[in-house]
Design a protein around this ligand. Structure first.
Ligand code: ATP
Ligand code: MG
Length: 397
């Protein structure tokens, strides 16, 4: 029996260790050259691996559902998952004749990294790949990365909607995560607003990053904000007013809880006031609804020694979902989300920084300094020292 089913995108990451070049040297990937590299690090990546394994590490019984080919890379994915826990590979779908998804991560020292990504079997993942048997008995369903899974974003997300409808009908609380599509790809030009309007009525918790949701809802503002930011963080041009606008639009599309991940500026949360919507929140509905309804909160990050941010967003979601499953308050869940996100960035890879839940609680109890966020709070927000969260006094929707 599991509490959570995490479904969607998975891939094998191939990460050659690239030594520093002596005397500068030629740039990598020049036609006609050979660059000697070190051994490759192999690990699983994608939402299913990152959020799923983070939940598992926090101690939440979790099933992983994703699609791979019957090939060598597929066997490597199964092997890496089984090594963590023998049960973790059991929900994986092995599709004969298909190619497993992989990413070559080219990350030379002191240079921006680049990815060569093959979507493989993620592109053929379809509604029928998630069966009622896989969902039954769980309290929560999380799905990640429709923008890099072709059948999930095609036809305005009709298959994605089918998946969420299925989970919703079985009484599971549902959660969705995105990723920013390549603007020059077919997915980048997909009608994202329409897709969200089709799917969000069956999504209870939606925690995209600020950047990807601005891209999807307001392309013009995205272009001007990202274009104008140049080398400075885009968050220096963001205040809670803009976050409220975006979150309100998502709540109006039908979701109950919206969280916007703000990189090293923290996490913003807005929830619906509508009682009818909470009645359909599913098996992980908080018992203290009074505390969750119509809230608008914002919390800065915890200060840590940053080693790498791979998977930080996915682990932040894992922290939030774990707290929700444990019946915590809205502000306590927000705090757990950024606490688990902070644990992630202390390690280079996506999940090895995530400890058992008890360790996260201990770190919180010991008092944990905060990072100063770049996002500004508009008038009407007050800092609550006890909970470590900013509260808005505005009436919710
Ligand atoms: N420097 C940092 N220190 C502490 N926590 C951080 C830092 N950077 C990010 N985080 C945590 O990670 C989360 C990641 O937010 P971000 O907006 O980058 O999401 P994302 O783009 O979905 O990330 P990912 O690329 O991992 O999917 C933040 O909400 C925060 O909790
Ligand atoms: Mg993300």
């Amino acid at each position: 029996m599991v509490d959570v089913v995490v479904a969607g995108h998975i891939c094998l990451d191939l990460i050659p260790v690239i030594p520093p070049k002596r005397g500068g040297g030629a740039p990598l990937l020049l036609p006609g050259t050979l660059t000697e590299v070190g051994p490759a690090v192999l690990s699983t990546g994608g939402a299913v691996s990152n959020t799923g394994l983070a939940l598992h590490r926090l101690g939440i019984p979790t099933r992983l559902v994703a699609k791979i080919g019957e090939d060598l890379f597929g066997r490597a994915i199964l092997d890496l998952l089984s090594k963590r826990d023998s049960s973790l590979a059991s929900g994986m779908i092995v599709a004969p004749g298909e190619t497993s998804s992989y990413t070559v991560v080219v990350s030379p020292p002191n240079t921006d990294r680049l990815f060569l990504h093959c979507p493989g079997a993620n592109n053929t993942f379809k509604a029928a790949d998630i069966t009622e048997d896989q969902l039954r008995g769980a309290r929560l369903f999380h799905f990640g990365y429709p923008p890099i899974m072709r059948r999930m974003w095609e036809r305005e997300g009709s298959e994605l909607r089918e998946i969420f409808l299925r989970a919703n009908k079985l009484g599971l609380t549902t959660s969705l995560d995105m990723v920013k599509p390549d603007p020059d790809s077919d997915a980048g030009r997909a009608p994202w607003r329409q897709l969200l309007a089709n799917v969000l009525p069956f999504v209870d918790v939606f925690l995209p990053s600020f950047e990807e949701i601005l891209y999807m809802l307001d392309r013009r503002r995205f272009d001007s904000l990202v274009g104008e930011a140049g080398p400075v963080s885009i968050f220096s041009g963001v205040d809670t007013g803009l976050l409220a606008e975006l979150a309100t639009e998502l709540l109006e599309m039908g979701v109950s809880v919206v969280g916007l991940k703000l990189g090293d500026s923290g996490l913003y949360l807005k929830t619906t006031k509508a009682e009818e919507r909470w009645q359909h929140f599913g098996a992980s509905c908080p018992s203290n609804l009074q505390d969750w309804r119509g809230r608008e909160l914002f919390t800065p990050c915890f200060r840590v020694n940053v080693v790498g941010t791979t998977g930080a967003g996915d682990c932040t979601i894992a922290g939030f979902l774990a707290a929700l499953l444990k019946g915590m308050t809205a502000s306590a869940s927000l705090i757990r989300a950024v606490a688990v996100g902070a644990c992630n960035v202390e390690q280079a890879d996506a999940t090895s920084g995530i400890p058992d839940w008890g360790v996260v609680e201990e770190r919180l109890q010991q008092g944990w300094p905060r990072l100063e966020p770049l996002v500004r709070t508009t008038p009407g927000w007050t800092w609550d020292e006890d909970s470590g969260v900013w509260n808005s006094e505005k009436d919710g929707i």
